[in-house]
Design a protein. Sequence first.
Length: 129
Amino acid sequence: MHLGDAAGPIVEQIKVAGRTAAEPVLTKARAAWPRSDLAHPHHADSLRVIGVKTGATIAEGGKAYGGTGFIEFGGRRNRTYEAGGRFLFPAAVSLQTVVVELYASGIQAALDSSSSWTNTTTSATEVAE
Protein backbone atom coordinates (compact mmCIF):
# COMPACT_ATOMS: atom_id res chain seq x y z
CA MET A 1 0.00 0.00 0.00
CA HIS A 2 1.21 3.47 -0.88
CA LEU A 3 0.66 6.59 1.21
CA GLY A 4 -1.59 8.10 -1.45
CA ASP A 5 -3.75 4.99 -1.89
CA ALA A 6 -7.45 5.48 -1.21
CA ALA A 7 -7.07 3.58 2.08
CA GLY A 8 -3.62 4.97 2.83
CA PRO A 9 -2.83 6.88 6.01
CA ILE A 10 -2.51 10.30 4.39
CA VAL A 11 -5.84 10.02 2.58
CA GLU A 12 -7.52 8.93 5.82
CA GLN A 13 -6.02 11.92 7.65
CA ILE A 14 -7.20 14.24 4.86
CA LYS A 15 -10.74 12.84 5.24
CA VAL A 16 -10.57 13.61 8.97
CA ALA A 17 -9.39 17.14 8.10
CA GLY A 18 -12.39 17.54 5.80
CA ARG A 19 -14.85 16.35 8.43
CA THR A 20 -13.26 18.65 11.02
CA ALA A 21 -13.49 21.60 8.64
CA ALA A 22 -17.15 20.90 7.88
CA GLU A 23 -18.28 20.70 11.52
CA PRO A 24 -18.60 24.50 12.10
CA VAL A 25 -20.84 24.80 9.02
CA LEU A 26 -22.95 21.86 10.18
CA THR A 27 -23.36 23.39 13.64
CA LYS A 28 -24.32 26.82 12.29
CA ALA A 29 -26.76 25.41 9.70
CA ARG A 30 -28.46 23.19 12.29
CA ALA A 31 -28.83 26.13 14.66
CA ALA A 32 -30.41 28.25 11.91
CA TRP A 33 -32.83 25.54 10.74
CA PRO A 34 -36.40 26.29 11.88
CA ARG A 35 -37.58 23.90 14.56
CA SER A 36 -40.92 25.61 15.06
CA ASP A 37 -42.31 24.39 11.74
CA LEU A 38 -44.66 21.64 12.94
CA ALA A 39 -44.58 19.92 9.56
CA HIS A 40 -40.76 19.64 9.59
CA PRO A 41 -39.49 19.91 13.19
CA HIS A 42 -36.70 17.36 12.75
CA HIS A 43 -35.26 18.27 9.36
CA ALA A 44 -32.21 19.85 11.02
CA ASP A 45 -31.36 16.31 12.13
CA SER A 46 -31.01 15.34 8.47
CA LEU A 47 -27.90 17.52 8.12
CA ARG A 48 -24.79 15.35 8.34
CA VAL A 49 -21.12 15.37 7.42
CA ILE A 50 -20.13 12.68 4.93
CA GLY A 51 -16.51 11.83 4.21
CA VAL A 52 -15.46 11.78 0.56
CA LYS A 53 -12.18 10.73 -1.05
CA THR A 54 -10.24 13.91 -0.24
CA GLY A 55 -12.34 15.65 2.39
CA ALA A 56 -15.99 15.86 3.34
CA THR A 57 -19.32 17.28 2.31
CA ILE A 58 -22.49 18.16 4.16
CA ALA A 59 -25.64 16.40 3.04
CA GLU A 60 -29.20 17.22 3.92
CA GLY A 61 -32.48 15.41 3.51
CA GLY A 62 -33.10 11.79 2.71
CA LYS A 63 -36.05 9.38 2.55
CA ALA A 64 -37.10 10.10 6.13
CA TYR A 65 -36.91 13.86 5.56
CA GLY A 66 -38.99 14.60 2.47
CA GLY A 67 -39.22 18.24 1.48
CA THR A 68 -35.81 19.27 2.77
CA GLY A 69 -34.92 20.91 -0.53
CA PHE A 70 -38.13 22.92 -0.44
CA ILE A 71 -37.38 24.12 3.09
CA GLU A 72 -33.82 25.08 2.08
CA PHE A 73 -34.60 26.71 -1.28
CA GLY A 74 -38.37 27.30 -1.44
CA GLY A 75 -39.97 27.96 -4.80
CA ARG A 76 -43.57 26.87 -4.44
CA ARG A 77 -46.62 27.20 -2.21
CA ASN A 78 -46.10 30.91 -1.60
CA ARG A 79 -42.50 30.42 -0.56
CA THR A 80 -39.98 32.58 -2.43
CA TYR A 81 -37.21 30.69 -4.23
CA GLU A 82 -33.79 31.41 -2.69
CA ALA A 83 -31.01 30.38 -5.07
CA GLY A 84 -28.43 30.68 -2.29
CA GLY A 85 -30.47 28.64 0.16
CA ARG A 86 -31.68 29.65 3.59
CA PHE A 87 -29.60 27.66 6.09
CA LEU A 88 -26.82 25.39 4.84
CA PHE A 89 -25.40 27.50 2.03
CA PRO A 90 -25.43 30.81 3.94
CA ALA A 91 -23.66 29.04 6.82
CA ALA A 92 -21.01 27.72 4.44
CA VAL A 93 -20.46 31.13 2.83
CA SER A 94 -20.18 32.91 6.18
CA LEU A 95 -17.63 30.38 7.47
CA GLN A 96 -15.61 29.83 4.30
CA THR A 97 -12.44 31.38 5.75
CA VAL A 98 -12.68 29.19 8.87
CA VAL A 99 -13.33 26.09 6.76
CA VAL A 100 -10.35 26.76 4.50
CA GLU A 101 -8.05 27.36 7.47
CA LEU A 102 -9.18 24.20 9.27
CA TYR A 103 -8.89 22.08 6.12
CA ALA A 104 -5.48 23.49 5.18
CA SER A 105 -4.09 22.95 8.68
CA GLY A 106 -5.47 19.41 8.71
CA ILE A 107 -3.88 18.62 5.37
CA GLN A 108 -0.58 20.12 6.52
CA ALA A 109 -0.73 18.02 9.70
CA ALA A 110 -1.34 14.90 7.58
CA LEU A 111 1.67 15.69 5.42
CA ASP A 112 3.84 16.53 8.43
CA SER A 113 2.90 13.36 10.27
CA SER A 114 6.09 11.44 10.91
CA SER A 115 4.15 8.17 11.05
CA SER A 116 3.04 8.61 7.44
CA TRP A 117 6.38 8.88 5.74
CA THR A 118 8.80 6.00 5.30
CA ASN A 119 11.66 7.92 3.71
CA THR A 120 14.63 8.53 5.97
CA THR A 121 16.14 11.25 3.79
CA THR A 122 15.12 14.41 1.98
CA SER A 123 17.56 13.80 -0.85
CA ALA A 124 15.56 13.46 -4.07
CA THR A 125 18.11 11.16 -5.68
CA GLU A 126 18.11 8.77 -2.71
CA VAL A 127 14.32 8.77 -2.47
CA ALA A 128 13.98 7.97 -6.19
CA GLU A 129 16.12 4.85 -5.88
